[in-house]
Design a protein around this ligand. Sequence first.
Ligand code: F7E
Length: 322
Amino acid sequence: MKKRALITGISGQDGSYLAEYLLSKDYDVYGTIRRSSVAENQDSRIKHLDEKINTFYADMLDAPSLARVFNESKPDEIYNLAAMSHVRVSFDVPSFTIKTNAMGVLNMLELYRTVCPDAKFYQASSSEMFGNTVDSDGAQRLTTPMNPVSPYGCAKLLAYNLVRHYRNAYRLHACNGILFNHESPRRGSNFVTNKVVKTAVEIKKGLKDKLELGNMDSSRDWGHSKDYVRAMHMIINHETPDEFIVATGETHTVRDLCAYVFGKLDMDYEDYVVQNPKYMRPEELKYLKGDASKAREVLGWKPEYTFESLMDDMIDHWMKIL
Ligand code: F7E
C-alpha cells in the first residue's frame, strides 16, 4: 500500500518541493491551500503537480476545515508547514501570527491525537526561536537557550513546545525540525535572498536602477529548500521522534549576499543598494549559524548545495524569467 502524506501549506516553497520529493518516493500526496482572491497565487508553485496531488481548501484557524482534510486523507505522515512565514510582517500582524503559527499547530495536534494517533507528525520549527542567543563558539545548537525576538519567533517557540508536550503526554511520534533559513527560486520575493537576486537581475537588464534594503549587517545561515525537504522526510522517518537542527554551518551577512550576487552579474552592489528604514525590524535577530551535527551523524543528512550554488540557481532562474 502506498504511504499517504498530508502537507499543510503545500503551495509554499517547502510544500511544493516536499510534494515533488514524496511523489518521487511513490507517496499519495494530500495538501492544504488557502483561498486567495488572486487564484494564481494559490497554486503557482504546484500547478505542474495538478494531476498528481490532492488539494483541499483549509485554514490553520478553521479546525473543521482541518478535520475534513484529516478524515479524507487518512495520513500516515503529517508535515505541518503552513504558517505566516514572514518575520517582519509578524510585527504588523502579531495576533494573526500567534494564532496561526501557534494555535493553528494546537488545532493540528488535537486532530492528530484524536483522529490518527498512529501517524507521524513533523513540525516546521525555526531558527528564529533562538533570537539573539549564540553559544561561545558562534553557533546555535539544540542546547542553546531560545529567546525569540519577534512575534513569529514567539509563536514558533510555543508550537515547538506543544509538539514536545504532545509527544510526551500522549506517546505520539511527533518531531520538530529546527530549520535555518532556506531559499530557492521559489522563495517569496519579499525575503531577502530572492529580493536581492531578482532586483539585481532587473538592474542588470535595465528594468530598475536601485535596490532598497533594511539591515545589511545581519548574518544568516542560508541553505537550499530542496536539501531541507529531504531532511524533513528523514526526521519524520527516524525510528524515535526527536528534535533536529537543519543548517549548513556557514554564515554570511546580507552585505556578503549582495556582494556575491551583484559580483556574479559584473556589478558593484555599492552603486545600487540604498537603505530604507521601512525594511528595518523593531527588534532584529542579528546572527544565525546552525550546528546540524546531530542530523549529519544520526540521520546521515548533508546538504548538496553550497551558498554559492544556491545563489547561482536563483540567479539563473531570474535571468531566464526576466
Ligand atoms: O530576512 C534582513 C532582515 O526576511 C533575512 C523565514 O523563512 O528564515 C526566514 O526569516 C535578514 C534579516 O528572513 C531586508 O532584517 C535586510 O536580518 O529573508 P528574511 P528571516 O527573517 O531570517 C527563518 C528561519 C524563518 O523561519 C522565517 O519563516 O535580511 N534584511 N533588508 C531584509 N529582509 C527582508 N525580508 N527584506 C529586506 O529588504
